[in-house]
Design a protein around this ligand. Structure first.
Ligand code: FEO
Length: 174
């Protein structure tokens, strides 16, 4: 059994992961409408990953006999100024998620909750990878430029990054 404080913090984390999943799904729809097929697929996959993160916490809470709460999600944005600004928002959201995970780790250490601390280590690594991935995309956009002529190349780069991420995920499972 975990403490009420940890239970509340895990439920807050569930809400953050769920919001990320919905936000990224909305971004994928926006990319689709702009004709950015590679970015659309990338954001769809990111959305699914965030749902998987959320479910991971649900399963853990069930294992430790805690009550996981299915969160209400406020309406996420449906319009974005540019592909660059969209990826900047993704990066900012990932940084927020990382900070929240780090706070949760600190809390579990403080409470000597070794199970939760151990469970969260997977998320610490995942967040480091996700932040690095978003920085790679933003660096590419900086190099290519984000004017109308550049969108085709940005989309191609993001599509290649997405294909690589799919390959790496498959290799991890094998
Ligand atoms: Fe699960 Fe990328 O935060």
């Amino acid at each position: 059994m975990i403490s009420p404080t940890i239970q509340k913090a895990l439920n807050d984390q569930i809400a953050l992961e769920a919001r990320a999943s919905f936000l990224y799904l909305s971004m994928s729809v926006w990319c689709d409408a702009q004709g950015l097929e590679g970015c659309c697929k990338f954001m769809q996959r990111q959305s699914e990953e965030e749902r998987m993160h959320m479910l991971k916490i649900f399963h853990y809470m069930s294992e430790v006999d805690a009550l996981a709460i299915t969160p209400a999600i406020d309406q996420v944005p449906v319009e974005f100024d540019s592909v660059k600004s969209m990826f900047e928002q993704v990066y900012a959201h990932e940084q927020k998620v990382s900070a929240s995970i780090h706070n949760l780790v600190a809390l579990s250490v403080q409470e000597r909750d070794h199970n939760t601390d151990n469970f969260l280590q997977w998320f610490v690594e995942e967040q480091r990878e996700e932040e690095a991935l978003m920085r790679t995309i933003l660096d590419k956009i900086k190099l290519i430029g984000d004017g109308p002529q550049s969108l085709y190349y940005i989309d191609k780069e993001v599509s290649a990054i997405n294909d690589q991420a799919i390959k790496e995920a498959a290799a991890e499972k094998a």
